[in-house]
Ligand binder design. Structure first.
Ligand SMILES: Nc1nc2c(ncn2[C@@H]2O[C@H](COP(=O)(O)OP(=O)(O)O)[C@@H](O)[C@H]2O)c(=O)[nH]1
Ligand SMILES: [Mg+2]
Length: 197
């Protein structure tokens, strides 16, 4: 297993609280329960960095993690309940919109999607955001261990078509079997110091 150095750099409710940094940032987004916290923890080989559980007060903010002194992972709040809650949706976009618009070092997006589910409207909207901001986009299809090989391939095809991305943007991931992590790191490494355009 690879060692990764990782620590929480900042927790931000607004632009003034974004950390000062010149490093490339990669935002992790996904619907609640897709496995985003677990994926971040598995990627950096830590049990509790991104708090797989719920940390009251912090789950609705942007959490910035400094990783290996070379990249910053930005953990965005999970979405999904927002559909039923207009106020939460407004809060989410107030938090996220300026980050996509003004954070110049933001270069990439990892969309975390449960491999067993079809992408939601929110997932599609996030991809469109990412494209508008000219980000490199990767789809991490989590919980691959819960599917047979055939089901996984079938579902990943649906995910790819629904989101309108190329097959090489998708990575099957499992935090149980620890699969997909090297591939995801390769994508992240290629985003570091690389402009999408
Ligand atoms: N079997 C399996 N379960 C997973 C995997 N990733 C996450 N989970 C489970 O899915 C649930 C939600 O994960 P969490 O990381 O908290 O999701 P988040 O809301 O997107 O941050 C938890 O019960 C995790 O243990 C995976 O790769 N395989
Ligand atoms: Mg989480």
């Amino acid at each position: 297993m690879q060692y990764h150095d990782a620590k929480l750099l900042a927790t931000a409710a607004n632009t003034a609280q974004w950390p000062e940094s010149n490093l490339t940032e990669i935002i992790f987004v996904g619907r609640s329960n897709a496995g985003k916290s677990t994926l971040i923890n598995t990627l950096v080989n830590r049990k509790n960095l991104a708090y797989s559980g719920k940390t009251p007060g912090k789950t609705r903010l942007l959490n910035f993690f400094l990783v290996d002194q070379k990249v910053v992972f930005t953990d965005a709040p999970g979405y999904g309940y927002a559909i039923r809650d207009a106020e939460a949706a407004k809060k989410f976009s107030r938090l996220i919109d300026p980050y996509f618009k003004y954070r110049e070092q933001l270069k990439g997006m990892v969309l975390v999607a449960d491999a067993r589910r079809e992408p939601s409207k929110d997932d599609i909207a996030m991809i469109e955001y990412g494209r508008a901001a000219h980000l490199n986009i990767v789809i991490a299809c989590t919980k691959a261990d819960k599917l047979s090989r055939n089901q996984l391939l079938h579902n990943m095809k649906i995910i790819r078509e629904t989101l309108g991305v190329n097959a090489d943007c998708l990575i099957a991931c499992s935090s149980i079997e620890k699969t997909g992590m090297d591939e995801l790191w390769n994508k992240i490494d290629s985003m570091i110091g690389t402009d999408a355009e």
